[in-house]
Design a binder for this molecule. Structure first.
Ligand code: FDA
Length: 413
């Protein structure tokens, strides 16, 4: 574990939160010659990186671009993402000799273990002479705005911890979001934003399984445990990935992706759209059903040619479509085709932060500089990573945001 820095010292940059964004920022600022202190309350370093990507860390994505992020300020992420790209992070990974592989949709994972990414970041911090206070809990932050000469950045912030107090010219908040509280997620960053009068977009769990109302669940019970490829959407983009019916509702990558958009509707005072699933992606369902309209086979048996058999039968039962296909009128087949292409489910909610991968919402980026991540109204105070209202799709996009925002801040703080 990193050593604890000595009490009472002044640093150019103090970073609270030694996760993905905090370490990236620390290494960048340290390697520029800034004196840097990283503070974290956890006993184990970067737990979220360790458990990410099933232990292999999906550390970035070859397709990174601002369209893969949700925010009330949708263009905010563009600048940092274009200045520190997925290619830059891949180069860093390669310099450290970490082998990796590509999965669907441009997702990059370590061949061996997420621990390699943690060790890489730790080594980069060491190269920048970064000091550590860990585990340390922050009790209070006091602010001394510069009076007169704005170039006077000395001791703008006093940070009181249970390991003593530290002074900082720049203070970086990198404490992440609320997902998985049992490994150390806290609302600390939002509290600091509030302390300094910076708005926070109400946080909500995202990339999270959706729950369904009891009456829908009772009807879907025979489908539980079945996974199938779908195209899912809810106002936002269409995601073609697996969906899984569970005993509590819906899960699987397609559902996690769409959950962020379903949740984002909370920010607009409109009616909430249901989640829509195309059960036969890429298939002209109407044409296909009409082509077989003369056959005496059960509709479920025909559907089972393209859907998991158990799903096809349970889905037909659910709708009362249990006849041979030649007993349906063409108008009925058209209605069935429409249901296959746009099966609408109204979620009751989500499984919450305990099962979420990330937090939607966070520190309102409209109050921050997209170049430096610095609060416009509080010189020297920066927010980076997931604590901000920038939420990536599933697939390595959230780590890339941590790296890009961390570097943008580390180059400026
Ligand atoms: P991060 O959460 O990494 O770090 C915050 C740090 O702040 C922690 O070290 C914490 O201990 C510390 N902290 C919190 N409160 C504090 C306080 N009060 N005082 C001091 N320290 C405090 N993304 C991706 O791109 N690819 C993937 O494969 C995955 N996989 C994945 C799996 C699971 C199960 C989860 C929960 C999440 C993912 N993610 C992911 C998301 C990704 O882990 C996440 O977006 C980044 O870790 C965010 O980086 P940050 O540095 O902002 O926060």
């Amino acid at each position: 574990m990193p050593a604890t820095s000595s009490n009472g010292r002044h640093f150019d940059v103090v970073i609270i939160g030694a996760g993905a964004a905090g370490m990236m920022c620390a290494a960048t600022a340290g390697q520029r010659g800034r004196s840097v202190l990283l503070i974290d309350h956890a006993t184990r370093l970067a737990e979220k990186i360790r458990i990410s990507g099933g232990g292999r860390c999906n550390f970035t994505n070859r397709r990174v671009g601002p369209e893969h992020y949700l925010s009330l300020n949708p263009h905010f992420a563009r600048s940092a993402l274009s200045r520190y790209t997925a290619r830059d992070f891949i180069d860093l990974v390669q310099r450290h000799g970490i082998d990796f592989h590509e999965r669907d949709w441009g997702q990059l994972f370590c061949d061996d273990s997420a621990q390699q990414i943690i060790e890489m970041l730790r080594a980069e911090c060491a190269e920048g002479g970064v000091e550590w206070a860990m585990p340390a809990s922050v009790q209070q932050i006091r602010h001394r705005p510069s009076v007169g000469d704005p170039a006077d950045t000395h001791e703008r912030f006093a940070i009181e911890t249970d390991r003593g107090h530290f002074g900082a010219s720049s203070l970086v908040i990198a404490t992440g979001g609320l997902a998985i509280p049992k490994i150390g997620a806290t609302p600390f960053g939002y509290r600091i934003a509030e302390q300094f009068g910076i708005p926070v977009v109400a946080p909500r769990p995202a990339l999270v399984p959706l729950t369904l109302p009891p009456e829908t669940l009772a009807r879907l019970a025979p489908l539980a445990g079945i996974s199938l490829e779908v195209e899912a959407h809810c106002r936002g983009p269409v995601f073609r990935e697996a969906a899984l019916v569970t005993h509590r509702g819906l899960s699987g990558p397609a559902i996690l992706q769409v959950s962020s958009y379903w949740q984002a509707q909370a920010y607009h005072e409109e009616e909430w759209d249901p989640v829509s699933l195309d059960l036969l992606p890429g298939v002209d369902a109407e044409g296909w059903l009409l082509e077989h309209a003369h056959e005496r086979t059960l509709l479920a048996n025909l559907l089972a040619e393209r859907l998991p058999r158990r799903f096809a039968h349970a889905w037909c039962e659910l709708h009362g479509w249990t006849k041979p296909i030649n007993q349906f009128r063409h108008a009925e087949l058209r209605a069935i085709a429409a249901s296959l292409a746009d099966w609408r489910l109204v979620p009751a909610g989500t499984q919450g932060y305990a099962k979420a991968e990330v937090t939607l919402g966070g520190v309102d980026t409209r109050a921050l500089s997209s170049k430096t991540m610095e609060a416009r109204a509080v010189p020297g105070l920066h927010f980076i990573g997931e604590v901000m209202d920038v939420t990536g799709h599933l697939g390595g996009y959230n780590f890339q945001w941590a790296w890009s925002s961390g570097v943008a801040c580390g180059l400026a703080a």
